[in-house]
Write a protein that binds this ligand. Sequence first.
Ligand SMILES: C[S@@+](CC[C@H](N)C(=O)[O-])C[C@H]1O[C@@H](n2cnc3c(N)ncnc32)[C@H](O)[C@@H]1O
Length: 251
Amino acid sequence: MPTTTDARQWLERWDRQQERYIPDREERFAVIADVVEAAAERPNPLVLDLGAGPGSLSLRVLGRIPAAQLVAVDADAALLGLARAACHDRRSLRIVEHDLRAPGWPAALELCRPVDAIVSTTALHWLTEPELAAVYRECFRLLRPGGVLLNSDYLAEPAPALARLQQRVLDGRVARVGTAAHEDWATWWAALAEAPELADLATAGRPRPIDHDVPEPPTHPDHVRLLGAAGFAEVGTVWQVGPERVLVAIR
Ligand SMILES: C[S@@+](CC[C@H](N)C(=O)[O-])C[C@H]1O[C@@H](n2cnc3c(N)ncnc32)[C@H](O)[C@@H]1O
């Protein structure tokens, strides 16, 4: 187990690495926190973070709503190990190792009440359409009436010319913000595997249970359709830069 200081430095390095691809990641987190806060009908909402990785979004939600109860789910033992070490002093953050593609993940969360909000960032594009449909159906069952699901991710348009323009907008934003110079994904993982202070974690996470995106991830209209089919009453985008969106579904 790494020290808290080491884990927090690695988490900070993760955040910079992710900003290489999502220059407005902090703004995206702030928007998610805005919606969770607005939809919460109690001071201590129960919030799930799907594909939480090392816990960046869970920590932002807790920063905004300190009494929230967070449950962070992910299948990657190395990233969850970092989250555990970085956040061991946060009693309101519970970490669950589970693959969202495996039936029964909701039961593994051992929830004692309906969920107020489900959040996810840069994670669900790793699911195929049937897997995503099943996850959305389970989310609908877990949420209380009026509860919200927020999926913030790269949600492209199926129309090719429009998709190219959206990518152009994102590339322009990356260039203006200047995050293209940040460390990339492969370099971060290679450094993790070499770091002596993380030797236990790197072993725990090898081979990683899921490597990367599915070849043809569901598009933006696919997500909207699947959320509607799962039973959500209202579905729409509350924030967008090119293909990067925060999609909200209200139960
Ligand atoms: C790019 S990372 C994003 C992590 C975190 N949400 C963030 O924004 O910092 C994608 C995460 O989704 C997780 N993930 C992808 N597919 C998953 C699945 N089927 N079950 C659980 N976690 C999954 C990966 O393990 C990884 O931690």
